[in-house]
Design a protein around this ligand. Sequence first.
Ligand code: DAH
Length: 355
Amino acid sequence: MQSISELMASAKSEIKKIKTLPELEGYEIEYLGRNGRINVVLEDIKNIPTEKRKEFGKSVNLAKTTIQELIKNKQKDLVSQEDKGQFIDITLPGRKYPKGSLHPVTTTIEEISKIFEKIGFIRMSYPEVEWEYYSFESLNMPIGHPARDDFETFFLDFAEDKKYGKMLLTPHTSSGQVREMLRVAKSEARGKQSPIRMINIAKCYRPNWDVTHTPMFHQFEGLCVDKNINITHLKGTIDYFAKKFFGEAREIRLRPHHFQFTEPSFEIDVSCGVCFGKGEINGKKCKVCKSGWLELAGSGLVHPNVLKSGGIDPEKYSGWAFGFGVERAMMMKEDLQLNDMRVLYNGDIRFLEQF
Ligand code: DAH
């Protein structure tokens, strides 16, 4: 039978030699477990004379707490050694977190702004929640015009204003035209009109939901007002845009059309980037355009009534305007061939991750 002092001495030296946590656990069981060495020594108490039992008990308890303490300290050492080994491994690759990216429509808007800013156009934004007046009346679209129908516009349930009519979600960026004319007029000394070169890129709303329409979409509106402005300036500007945005090889053409707020009015087509404007590939009709041309935008010379709404004298000044759909332009540029435009806005990460 080992004496208490011998037991303590051997525990000390053995614990010192231990190198791993499982090994230490084995030792703990060996000394302090139910059938461990301490309890074996304690069993000897029955052979101790009664008057010495108290002292004997004390010394066994002291041995027990000392060993417990030694084990605890050793455990701390081993854990901290292990930690050091793990965290100092600088060769481990860093953790990668998924990164977001700009939505393709946002990127396109930025690109369009830059193209127009380069030739002196100022990017403006006007209210999305707008008066009927700026969306229609001031643009020469009187009450009764089909675009003012409930089916084409989201009207809001607010009180009507005598002059400005109902409130609505703006169905096109053209509502910024008269606001811009008034803004510039206000900032100028009376009787002196400074030229306007505006690009208004904004959200628009119409109650349509199908493969080629979403109820919220984007347009960009160009407006230029100055002395002696004519159609060649309109054509030159759009030609510049088409070449910068779609590529140098692309051509545009103006096709007569009708809009209330321009006279004359045109639709703008851009030559197809897939068949290079030929309308066919190897004797077969081009699937993208069918004719060599893709319809891009509406445009024209600003109607005298619209200039008047903006406080501009149509006898002295003239201007042009155009309106494009951002999503449409983007799809034509990338030749994205989306068979459903709604994927742009349904938030599916598998689609968005491609940009
Ligand atoms: N606002 C028209 C639309 O949403 C597009 C448009 C056509 C804008 C002719 C113009 C323009 O500025 O001159 O369909």
